[in-house]
Ligand binder design. Structure first.
Ligand SMILES: [Zn+2]
Length: 116
């Protein structure tokens, strides 16, 4: 996903990104991103189909981030989103996300991954 990230618009212009999440999760995720607006962060992945996750799984050796097997990623259940940005900003976002009750991938070597 890292290679595709550069082609995506900044989160401030990526309107509608949160529609890839379950409705109950959207306000929390939007709040998190709004808190860090202007911090050079961008959402790179939200919902993934089973086949999209399978494709990632099959190419996981070239992915800098951990990849869950198809059927086991929260992205497939609209309960996860990935955010790229400066490391220190992602760490701050992760800390806030955890205080909000979410699960942050930074605990398992997947700093860009946020789920609930
Ligand atoms: Zn993720």
């Amino acid at each position: 996903m890292a290679r595709e990230a550069a082609d995506l618009p900044r989160v401030s212009t990526l309107s509608g990104w949160s529609t890839g999440l379950q409705p109950w999760l959207r306000p929390y995720a939007e709040y998190l991103l709004q808190r860090f607006a202007g911090s050079d962060v961008q959402v790179t992945s939200v919902y993934r189909s089973y086949s999209a996750q399978l494709k990632l799984w099959l190419t996981r050796s070239s992915n800098p981030y951990p990849v869950a097997p198809p059927g086991q990623s929260y992205h497939e259940y609209r309960r996860a989103f990935d955010v790229v940005g400066p490391t220190e900003v992602l760490d701050q976002m992760g800390a806030l996300w955890e205080r909000m009750g979410g699960t942050w991938g930074g605990r398992i070597g997947d700093r860009i991954h946020f789920q609930a």
